[in-house]
Design a protein around this ligand. Sequence first.
Ligand code: ADP
Ligand code: MG
Length: 340
Amino acid sequence: MIELEGLTKRYGDKLAVDHLTFQVRPGMITGFLGPNGAGKSTTMRMMLDLDNPTAGSVRIDGKHYRDLQEPLKYIGALLDAKNMHGGRSAYHNLLCLAQSNRIPASRVAEVLDTVGLTAVAKKKSKGFSLGMGQRLGIAYALLGDPEILMFDEPVNGLDPEGIHWIRNLMKSLAAQGRTVFVSSHLMSEMALTADHLIVIGQGKLLADTSMAGFIRENSRSYVRVRTPQPEQFKDAVGAAGLSVSLREDGSFEIEGADMAEPVGELAAQHRVTLHELSPQQASLEEAFMQMTAQAVEYHAHNLNDPGAAAAAGQADPPLAQNAPPAPGQQGQGPQWGKGD
Ligand code: ADP
Ligand code: MG
């Protein structure tokens, strides 16, 4: 269990991490999601005592990191895979770490096997591909057999096979009852791996919710209809008591996953011609982008909307209220953190 309490980091006048309070629980994968620059890596470094908080605290199983005896046996982390002795073999890199942390040498062969590097254990790690380097980094994290594991953007730059492998590894670690905390800037990645979700933007907590809850709240199902007879169509579905909304592009949306059939029948009864009748699902990526829209550091200017361009041009746009939720999604957000 990891507990953050008001964790804050300021770099000059930049508030990189802004009063984060949340818990990371054992036996599941907790996804740490936020756009680039949101403060994920800074938060993770403070969790590992690699950076000092400006305010607030992190507790690992109730203790501060620096009070843990033999911390590698409590918490292992993959940050970025650069901090290795490239001139040493994978085996020797791990052996040095084991010896300086009173971990039995036999554990080295075990973790090399777990990450699939046994065959190249004697090779110098500077010749390793990105994927092999990532596996070696994970071997480091696993060396002390810790109950808590942290991975900062572990799938970045990996090929599909490597991504698949890391996902399965994290799942099996969580299934063993361990605490797994993994960051990503991709909602799609989180949707495939995480059981629980912490979302941050500009250092602030935006959501702390189960993945199932996030999907339930945000994956809106609807049916899209295009017709050359919009008035007749609106009257027909309105008379049947269905709620229908008109999009900017002239299409209609009717809420509900199974509405294609009844809507098609209605149109036929009222002799309304349809050019499209298609079930749709709003993507989780859209929900995430909407949630963090006010919190991304740099916006592309929207040339069709002078208001948005002006807001994006401000040195420090107000955080709240300047990007209303898209139609149909108002008030459907997951459990929001303090937005102050
Ligand atoms: P993420 O990992 O979510 O992409 P980071 O934690 O790396 O975000 O960065 C959060 C913010 O803090 C960014 O604006 C970044 O530029 C800034 N930042 C991170 N590390 C430092 C540092 N050592 N000095 C100054 N600013 C930093
Ligand atoms: Mg980062």
